[in-house]
Write a protein that binds this ligand. Structure first.
Ligand code: ATP
Ligand SMILES: Cc1cn([C@H]2C[C@H](O)[C@@H](COP(=O)(O)O)O2)c(=O)[nH]c1=O
Length: 228
């Protein structure tokens, strides 16, 4: 016999922003906070989240698609997203499990569209295909000066014993990353019903509390019962 489906009020939350602003750290912290509130939730990332999308991730981040240009890379990110939505995001939401994603469609808008110069109409067409209506319920945009964020990335590389060589996009000039930051802020301004901008230039714990506050304001069910 099939398991009875859970009553579904599952939410889809995405984290966006430039390199090293603390998205992965805060996705993990929000996941723990939700689980403390007995909310079933998973975390995932883009590009990635499924075997096929992870294969596309490796291809892009190794720089193998760089010569395809921003338009070609937008198509690859969309293909990865299509599989991610179909195989992981949509089934979990349907089953009542909250989904937290480290990057999603706003990264294509910001990196390939607003910073890379890919036409809005192409970005919108790819988005319609890949999302199939699965627009996030809440997007946390973590914002900070890219110079300061890169210091974090460099420290992380040293901690991990890696060379600070940077992947495909980390290698871009600092001016490019400043335009990227402006791109994310513009997306947030244009989508106030979905996006909340939070300064990432604060300690992990206070940032975590600010994200919890934003999520609780958006989803009052989080305030019912216990406290984070
Ligand atoms: N609020 C914070 N203050 C100081 N350091 C932080 C903070 N949040 C994360 N870090 C550190 O900064 C580095 C980058 O953090 P994290 O990997 O979470 O960022 P990210 O936005 O996911 O990065 P990327 O875009 O490269 O995947 C890590 O070493 C992490 O420990
Ligand atoms: C989803 C998505 C990602 N990117 C870029 C942004 C980052 O440079 C990498 C992903 O690496 P991370 O360590 O997981 O942040 O890919 C992009 O350009 N477009 C996208 O749609």
């Amino acid at each position: 016999m099939l398991d009875a489906p859970k009553i579904s009020h599952a939410r889809f939350i995405t984290f966006e922003g430039g390199e090293g602003v603390g998205k992965s750290t805060q996705v993990k912290r929000l996941l723990q906070n939700l689980q403390r509130h007995s909310i079933e939730a998973i975390r995932t990332r883009e590009p990635g989240g499924t075997p096929k999308a992870e294969a596309i991730r490796s291809f892009i981040l190794q720089g193998r698609s760089e010569s395809w240009g921003p338009g070609g890379e937008a198509v690859l990110f969309a293909a990865a997203r299509l599989d991610h939505v179909n195989q992981l995001i949509a089934p979990n939401l349907r089953n009542g499990t909250w989904v937290l994603s480290d990057r999603f469609h706003d990264s294509t808008r910001a990196y390939q569209g607003l910073t890379g110069g890919v036409d809005d109409k192409l970005i919108a067409g790819l988005e319609a295909l890949a999302l199939d209506g699965h627009t996030p319920d809440l997007t946390i945009v973590l914002d900070m000066d890219p110079d300061a964020a890169f210091k974090r990335v460099a420290e992380r590389a040293v901690e991990d014993g890696l060379q600070v060589s940077g992947d495909r996009f980390e290698k871009e000039e600092i001016e490019w990353h400043k335009r990227l930051r402006d791109g994310f802020l513009r997306i947030a301004k244009d989508n106030p019903e979905r996006c909340v901008v939070i300064s990432a230039a604060q300690p992990e714990e206070t940032l975590e509390a600010a994200i919890w506050k934003a999520a609780s304001q958006r989803f009052p069910e989080l305030l019912a019962g216990s406290q984070a």
